[in-house]
Write a protein that binds this ligand. Structure first.
Ligand code: CTP
Length: 397
């Protein structure tokens, strides 16, 4: 969910700083890239070494650290997608509210263009103090987001509001923040990818060379843009990185048909990138076929056209198909766009260099139902996926 998100974690000097070890682990587990800045006081509560090991990055404490050019706070601030300060003490809060800048964390905060999210932590009466409340209001007014302190037992022995939000809750808050700002937030997407294997007998099948890379890259991109993604996936060795993607593994075209149709109704976006077999053996042999005769004829029968069926049942869905052609690319792609009732079709030529099944690159043309034709350069499949999803986002608009 936080895959590749760049997060600066600022830690200030309170007892709950020890929880930051766990917080860093959770963020890293979500795929985030984390750089930690400690205030000198925070380093009394948790060692830079611990956070450096857990974040896989150098931890910055001092303006005048020999390994760190003091001026780098500007680059650091530009690098980040968000800045998180947890725990936030009353002292650093007051400085942030008033623009003070006597350590590297505050200098980075003042340089940051990204959103700053803070998780205050202090003792009961401090948290209730009018000055603290006033400073929190100032921070809010200045565009920062506050994760309110939680109630419970405090380090002083008092019980009440003031505990830093639990690391799990901080992570959920950050996830929600990123989700809300994503263009496909709340959209439900269904996509199929990979080949299908049509069984001949218990040990043999008819398949094709599709790797599923293109469809998987699209699924990952949709998820990164906030969509809830269900991926119906044929046999492939490719890995899916984003753990939020719901995967339905299938083997043959009938199973893919069932999976796509039964998951279709509540979807906003449906993309068929799978290389579905067009024909399957008419009869499945229950035992291994022996090589008794010199010649062997295998009778094939047409598979169901999944995309055509989805096109016929289409309601609110934006339906997108692929066309792989070796000749008359645009003519055949336009035919498929109309016949299958699509919103747009991604055409690619199997005869172009770098676009064969299994390759890491692809060159596409998108044709939409308003006859708009957009050509794209040869790119990595990941970049092509971003082009397709960006096109989709514009199309929805
Ligand atoms: N498709 C499908 N079910 C099938 C065959 C194809 O859903 N049984 C989908 C593919 O996932 C793709 C689109 O239809 O999005 C076009 O697939 P393609 O193989 O290019 O064309 P076909 O429709 O199979 O026609 P032909 O093989 O004659 O070009």
């Amino acid at each position: 969910m936080l895959y590749n998100k760049k997060i600066i974690l600022g830690v200030t000097g309170g007892i709950s700083a020890y929880k930051c070890a766990h917080l860093v682990r959770l963020l890293i587990k979500q795929g985030a890239v984390v750089k930690v800045i400690l205030t000198p006081a925070a380093a009394e509560f948790i060692t830079p070494q611990t956070l450096s090991v857990l974040s896989n990055n150098q931890v910055i404490v001092d303006f005048f650290d020999a390994n760190f050019n003091w001026n780098n706070h500007v680059h650091l601030a530009e690098w980040a997608d968000i800045m998180l300060i947890a725990p936030l003490t009353a002292n650093t809060l007051a400085k942030m509210a008033n623009g003070l800048c006597d350590n590297i964390l505050l200098a980075t905060y003042l340089s940051a263009k990204s959103k700053c999210i803070v998780a205050p932590a202090m003792d009961l009466d401090m948290y209730q103090h009018p000055t603290v409340k006033h400073n929190l209001e100032t921070l809010k007014r200045n565009g920062n987001l506050i994760i309110p302190a939680e109630s419970g037992e405090l380090a002083s022995g008092l019980v009440g509001e003031g505990r830093m939000a639990e690391p799990e809750n901080i992570v959920v808050f950050i996830q929600e923040y990123f989700k809300q700002n994503l263009p496909l937030n709340g959209k439900n997407a269904l996509i199929n990818a990979g080949p299908t294997y049509e069984a001949i007998d218990p040990v043999r099948f008819i398949g094709n060379r599709s790797s599923g890379k293109m469809g998987i890259a699209i699924a990952e991109t949709l998820a990164n843009k906030g969509a809830n993604v269900t991926l119906v996936l044929g046999p492939t060795n490719e890995k899916i990185i984003n753990s939020a993607i719901k995967i339905i593994n299938i083997e043959n075209s009938d199973q893919m048909y069932e999976a796509m149709l039964s998951n279709y109704d509540n979807k906003d976006i449906v993309i068929c990138s799978a290389a579905v077999a067009d024909y399957k053996p008419a009869n499945l042999s229950s035992s291994k076929i022996k090589k008794k005769t010199e010649n062997f004829n295998l009778e094939l029968t047409k598979t169901k056209d999944i995309l055509s069926e989805l096109g016929q049942q289409k309601k609110q869905q934006i339906l997108i198909g692929f066309a792989l052609e070796t000749e008359k690319l645009l003519e055949y792609a336009e035919e498929k766009l109309k016949n299958k009732n699509l919103d747009f079709i991604v055409a690619n030529s199997a005869s172009e260099n770098g676009t064969v099944f299994g390759a890491d690159t692809n060159k596409i043309t998108i044709i939409d139902k308003h006859n708009k034709i957009s050509n794209f350069e040869l790119k990595s499949k990941h970049e092509v996926a971003v082009d397709i999803v960006n096109y989709l986002i514009d199309f929805i608009k």
